[in-house]
Design a protein around this ligand. Structure first.
Ligand code: C2E
Ligand code: MG
Ligand code: MG
Ligand code: MG
Length: 289
């Protein structure tokens, strides 16, 4: 009887692997198709000054458009994109698209906002991200301070190869004049030592420390510690995932000055982001939400 149960369990486990594998292969096939058929969209989430709600930039977030009603969230396909290496051409598409957005804003005279891009560790390790970035900046004449690169702590930790030096790439990105931010700070395994060693301009407090079920900050002590640390290292702090007025107030009280979150705006389409900027320009005011 016990033996039969054991065998059943193995079978059950195998079929689950089978399902995962099939799902993986489907997503991979879908992603290749999406790349060829222009089915990705790049949404923009406003970044704002906490005290005034004035917008100072946007974070670019990729979505996969399946059809008119279905938008797939990156959490569902970025892991597969990383495993298959598709993240490299996808990341190049993201960079090209963000630069096209900046060119359009420049043409419209709305060129005061920067765009932050998420860059995965694999994209940097694949080798040519920095060259691709330098080349695009050169060709378009887009000012490098209109771009920022968001990396996670994983990128710093370098688990895959001994000779890869994230430090060198990040240094080159900053030499180009492009900013570097550490995303989801506090969720990885990096230490203060890494932050001192790496050339970083911005630390983003992970949203799990900002919002949960409670009205107020999920982890006020951690938020405060990150703000204090960033201040003393001369880095700026952005809180992500601000959902309530109470969280906003508490962040202001501990000295955090910038943020993002559903409280003020979800990620929006390029058209909507441009509309926000245009309305502000028309009324001769700063874009405020
Ligand atoms: P992230 O870079 O940490 O982005 C923040 C995520 O939190 C986004 O999810 C955003 O929509 C969501 N968010 C923003 N405000 C709030 C809020 O107030 N409450 C809550 N609950 N969530 C909020 P999204 O767009 O689904 O992206 C998830 C992750 O996928 C990103 O996390 C990033 O790691 C990755 N990702 C997105 N776009 C790209 C990309 O172009 N390239 C790469 N390599 N990764 C990307
Ligand atoms: Mg990010
Ligand atoms: Mg983040
Ligand atoms: Mg996050």
């Amino acid at each position: 009887e016990a033996k039969r149960n054991g065998a059943n369990r193995v079978q059950c486990f195998t079929s689950r692997l089978q399902v995962d594998l099939e799902k993986h292969l489907n997503i991979e096939k879908g992603l290749r198709h999406a790349l060829q058929n222009d089915q990705f969209e790049l949404y923009l989430q406003p970044k704002w000054w906490l005290s005034t709600r004035q917008i100072y930039g946007f974070e670019a977030l990729i979505r996969w458009r399946l059809d008119a009603d279905h938008l797939v969230s990156p959490a569902d396909f970025i892991p597969v994109a990383e495993k298959t290496g598709l993240i490299v051409p996808m990341g190049e598409w993201v960079l090209r698209t963000a630069i096209e957005y900046l060119q359009t804003w420049r043409r419209l005279g709305l060129d005061k906002q920067f765009i932050a891009l998420n860059v995965s560790p694999l994209q940097l390790r694949a080798g040519c991200f920095v060259e691709y970035l330098a080349d695009l900046l050169n060709k378009t004449g887009i000012s490098p301070d209109l771009l920022e690169v968001e990396i996670t702590e994983e990128t710093l930790l370098d688990p895959y190869s001994d000779d890869y030096k994230a430090q060198k790439d990040l240094g080159r990105i900053r030499e180009l004049g492009v900013g570097v931010a550490i995303d989801d700070f506090g969720t990885g395994y990096s230490s203060l030592k890494y932050l001192r060693q790496f050339p970083v301009d911005v630390v983003k407090i992970d949203k799990s420390f900002v919002s949960a079920e409670a009205e107020g900050l999920a982890e006020p002590e951690i938020c405060r510690a990150v703000v204090t640390m960033a201040d003393s290292l001369g880095m700026s702090v952005v809180a992500e995932g601000i959902e309530t007025d109470k969280q906003l107030e508490e962040l202001i009280a501990i000295g955090c000055s910038k943020g993002q979150g559903y409280l003020v705006s979800r990620p929006v389409s390029f058209k909507d982001a441009t509309e926000i900027l245009r309305a502000a320009a028309d009324s001769d005011s700063a874009p405020t939400l």
